[in-house]
Write a protein that binds this ligand. Structure first.
Ligand code: LLP
Length: 439
């Protein structure tokens, strides 16, 4: 089967099943739209990334930090803790989820280009393992917070290695004209090093680079590793000590369409190892501990969204051809990625088998906006009708986590399914929840 579905999705008796539970039963019990999370698949992916880092880097393996921004809730944070990997949080809110899940604080890494003083104080107070420093101003804030808490805070400096990874502009982060981190080429990274070293309350452990998201080739990662390791060598040459850590960020791409090939951990880690080893030899330094931060690659394929078809209508195009508009009961409020990044998805009928001829179709949401498109162009059976269930795979990353209440649409729940049992781990929002904010 194509890589868009999680491992426990099967098609049998005319229906999609997740971990043995048929789609119609899931829809009846939990309603639509709903994000269904393949619990075994998620846990296996988290463990596989952790094991793959150790297998490739051995004693130089640092941590795999799951990037919580892709999707985070208390239950998922507990699974991450059980799998033994770390957690990357990038706001006080994500940190609050981690703390509510009793996530081991030493395995939390804190990101963000504009961490507030309060967020930094909280992170230092609870004892997070690492803060990834993004600016000079932040160095002063971390030092002040650590002084207040009588602690020494471990940090990495986030560097922009000056690479344009081949991905959508708003998710490529390591070229020079971006808000994140210290630029290596402009000298600001060195300023960051000097500023950090002034503070006895801060222990600089190494550097961090994240080049973008949904990247499908390893070349850019290798170039980034080279530049960061060159910078580690510069530090060693200047101060006579080598920093122990390098975090190469996340960004490993997944399959959204049947023909896509994801970047698998068994491919990524050996390639990263080679790149790191070559660069260490080139710049004559010892291999640092290597950490990575996959988000999408762990949760993306582990969820699908189940929608119910509400209305359909045929539109005659200028060319004379026709298009079937299929409206589902969600849309841009539960998946903003098609409108925001032009992201593409696929879909299947989940509740029955159709033998009708296929026709050019567009799956749209229920929002009051023309751009509210889930799938711009897809061939679907012409007998698709109100009440049918459509499953859209690979919606686990940046789906529920970027959901909004646009048009006062309550956000969908997340239901975890494992061994033929389904349970709600994030409940559906209600109209009462929405009204509850109005004073
Ligand atoms: N580490 C850092 C510092 C990051 O900024 C990110 C993602 C990750 C790790 C995880 O990247 P991943 O492995 O998930 O690609 N909303 C966009 C993606 C934004 C990514 C932001 N940073 C989307 O829906 O495609």
């Amino acid at each position: 089967m194509s890589q868009v579905w999680s491992s426990k999705v099967t098609f049998a008796h005319g229906q999609l099943h997740l971990a043995g539970v048929p789609a119609k039963q899931l829809a009846e019990e939990f309603g639509t739209p709903t994000f269904f999370l393949d619990e075994a698949d998620f846990k296996a992916r988290a463990a596989t990334w952790g094991n793959a880092l150790s297998a490739s880097f051995g004693q130089n393996a640092g941590n795999v930090y799951y990037a919580g921004k892709a999707f985070l809730c208390i239950e998922v944070a507990k699974w991450i803790a059980q799998s033994g990997i770390g957690l990357d949080v990038c706001t006080g809110g994500e940190l609050a989820v981690a703390l509510a899940a009793d996530f081991p604080v030493s395995k939390i890494q804190v990101h963000g280009n504009n961490k507030s003083k309060a967020e930094i104080r909280k992170a230092v107070e609870v004892g997070v393992g690492t803060i990834v420093v993004d600016s000079l101003i932040e160095i002063e804030r971390i030092a002040a917070a650590a002084k207040l808490a009588h602690k020494v805070q471990k940090v990495l400096l986030r560097l922009t290695p000056g690479i344009e990874a081949h991905t959508h502009e708003s998710i490529a982060t390591a070229h020079e004209d971006v808000k994140f981190g210290f630029s290596i080429s402009s000298g600001s990274a060195w300023e960051g090093v000097l500023a950090t070293r002034k503070h006895p309350e801060i222990e600089i452990c190494g550097f961090h680079g994240h080049i973008g998201s949904q990247i499908l080739s390893m070349d850019a990662f290798a170039v980034a590793a080279d530049r960061l390791i060159e910078f580690l060598a510069k530090y060693r040459d200047e101060f006579g000590v080598q920093l122990p850590e390098l975090d190469l960020g996340g960004g490993y791409g997944i399959a959204y369409l049947p023909e896509d090939q994801s970047l698998a951990p068994e491919t990524v880690l050996p390639a990263l190892f080679d790149a790191v080893q070559n660069a260490c030899a080139k710049y004559k330094i010892d291999m640092p501990r290597i950490s990575i931060e996959p988000g999408r690659a762990i949760v993306g394929p582990a969820m699908f969204t189940l929608y119910e078809v509400g209305t359909t209508k045929e539109v005659v195009l200028e060319s004379g051809a026709t298009r079937n508009y299929i409206s589902v009961d969600g849309g841009m409020s539960d998946n903003i990625r098609p409108s925001l990044y032009g992201a593409e998805y696929t879909a299947v009928i989940a509740n029955r088998v159709s033998t009708s001829t296929v026709r050019s179709s567009r799956i749209v949401g229920k929002h009051c906006e023309t751009g509210d498109i889930v799938i711009r162009d897809i061939a679907l059976p012409s007998d698709l009708a109100p009440g049918d269930l459509l499953a859209v795979p690979a919606t686990g990353a940046y789906g529920r986590s970027m959901a909004s209440n646009y048009n006062h649409v309550p956000r969908p729940p997340v239901v975890a399914v494992i061994d033929a049992k389904a349970r709600v781990i994030v409940r559906r929002e209600t109209e009462a929840d929405l009204l509850g904010l109005d004073m």
